[in-house]
Write a protein that binds this ligand. Structure first.
Ligand code: FAD
Length: 476
């Protein structure tokens, strides 16, 4: 190789990082017939998503959903006793779910003859990566092409005593060491609110503070309201436009001060919490892999710029997933992974995703895709909004979840669907229809004219297409 050293392993394609982006890229590369090596520092494949992200959080949210549903079953005359939580069993359940998936991945890698090398990779030249295992043993890999998929990690807010186990990031929170009496969640985004939902259902007294003036920044405010109402009923306290500061570890807990985010704003009194979860975003790992040695440009913040084919400034090196930018979502990473492998193989493709759905798996769920109303207003787009309240849905009434609604956002002139949002149970399962409509250039009438099964929550998407400005209309 360029370093003058002899490689221990040579390959056509090297994939760095085995998260959803990396394993997808490696599998696609191998399926296309490229000789592929996958480097991952942890023993288990799957990255953040499978090990400490999407999957374990959803396993725990399932438990919280059951607890919450049981608590409301009294409405139809069925009462259960207070939940008895065996935290070791719950943790084991979560680990079983994760283990099943990561084992599956290892099997799929083997089946495709993807060679995996465990250890931390650092580029030492444009064609070489040095991998250092936990025991210090190094492996030098020479590659022709490379896909960087090293992902991201939780932002550790400065000023927090991170050595104290009572200060947690999302990985610590998913470890479920105990059920704290009180928990402060700093950051009211998707991850913060999902974990608030879990711990509240398990019995913690949860407080959430968010710097922005709305929970779930990025989603339209109307979608967030039914969630806030439900979480309030569950006893969660929320403060928006508030900054947590000056945490002091003491014998009785962590004392946290609160300041208004903007001048003239309000903030609660300082308080003591058994644990504090910091969920204020994730930072890309682009700056930690020796990218400069490979001649790959990395921004100050650690992102790796790529073109529409996921190519970095070095033509034989691609980058995908969380480390190329927002949104930091698994389904974006997997799509980019496939694309990068195909382009590296020589196919003429580019990134053409118009929309990437976002889902908060809270209770109720919030899902949105494409242009939001807030964005449309900011850009001065002329839009129409079809909104269907679930209070008019037979199915939602039957399951006692009428707080939801479905809205479609369309171009006023062409009637093409350009966005949509759903709040309510299973919103994440329902949003795909709107994504498909946008990708296929559907007009709102196409959705209205499509027969949806009755009585379903999915029917609400069809109904939203027929309700414009609060009245049922035929748009044509
Ligand atoms: P990652 O999953 O971060 O994987 C990168 C891999 O590279 C890691 O395994 C890492 O160990 C490895 N690596 C890094 N540097 C090196 C190195 N130098 N040498 C060797 N290996 C290295 N997204 C969703 O779409 N839906 C969800 O429901 C969802 N829930 C989430 C919940 C939580 C609590 C968190 C934290 C995230 C969640 N996400 C969710 C985001 C999702 O996990 C990420 O978008 C996704 O994992 C990104 O995939 P990736 O392949 O880019 O990187």
């Amino acid at each position: 190789g360029a370093s003058g050293r002899t490689a221990d392993v040579t390959c056509r394609m090297l994939v760095l990082g085995a998260g959803p982006g990396g394993y997808t890229a490696a599998f696609r590369s191998a399926d296309l017939g490229m000789d592929t090596v996958l480097v991952e520092r942890y023993a288990s494949l799957g990255g953040v998503c499978l090990n400490v992200g999407c999957i374990p959080s959803k396993a725990l949210l399932h438990a919280s959903e059951v607890i919450e549903s049981a608590a409301h079953a009294g409405d139809f005359g069925v009462t259960f006793g207070a939940p008895q939580i065996e935290i070791d069993k719950l943790r084991a359940y979560k680990e079983k779910v994760v283990g099943q998936l990561t084992k599956g991945l290892a099997g799929m890698a083997k089946q495709r003859k993807v060679r995996t090398v465990q250890g931390t990779g650092q580029f030492i030249s444009p064609n070489e990566l040095e991998v250092t295992a936990d025991d210090g043993k190094t492996t030098l890999i020479a590659f022709e092409q490379c896909i960087i998929a090293a992902g991201s990690q939780a932002v550790k807010l400065p000023g927090f005593p991170w050595d104290d186990p009572r200060i947690m990031d999302s990985t610590d929170a998913l470890n479920l060491a105990d059920i704290p009496g009180s928990l402060l969640v700093v950051g009211g985004g998707i991850i913060g609110l999902e974990m608030a939902t879990v711990y509240s259902a398990l019995g913690s007294k949860v407080t959430v503070v968010e710097f922005a003036d709305q929970l779930m920044p990025g989603a339209d405010a109307d979608l967030v309201k039914p969630l806030t109402a439900r979480l309030k009923t569950a006893g969660i306290a929320f403060y928006t436009g508030v900054k947590a500061s000056n945490p002091q570890a003491g014998a009785d807990g962590i004392r946290v001060q609160f300041e208004p985010a903007a001048e003239g704003g309000k903030a609660p009194e300082s308080a003591v919490f058994d644990r504090v979860l910091v969920a204020v975003g994730r930072s890309p790992n682009g700056g930690k892999i020796g990218a400069d040695k490979a001649g790959v440009t990395v921004t100050d913040r650690g992102f790796i710029p790529v073109d529409r084919q996921m190519r970095t400034n070095a033509p034989h090196i691609f980058a995908i997933g969380d480390l190329v930018g927002q949104p930091m979502l698994a389904h974006k990473a997997t799509h980019e992974g496939k694309l990068a492998a195909e382009v590296a193989f020589g196919e003429k493709r580019e990134w053409v995703a118009r929309v990437i759905p976002s889902v908060a798996y809270t209770n109720p769920e919030i899902a949105w895709v494409g242009v939001t109303e807030t964005e449309a207003k900011a850009k001065g787009l002329k839009i129409g909004v079809g909104k269907f309240p679930w209070a008019a849905s037979g199915r939602a009434i039957g399951i006692g979840r009428t707080e939801g609604f479905t809205k479609l956002i369309f171009d006023e002139a062409t009637h093409r669907v350009i966005g949509g949002g759903i709040v309510g149970v299973h919103a994440g399962e329902l949003i795909s229809e709107i994504g498909l409509a946008i990708e296929m250039g559907a007009e709102v009438h196409d959705i209205g004219a499509t027969i949806h099964p009755h009585p379903t929550l999915g029917e609400s998407v069809g109904m939203a297409a027929e309700v414009y400005d609060g009245t049922i209309t035929d748009l044509y």
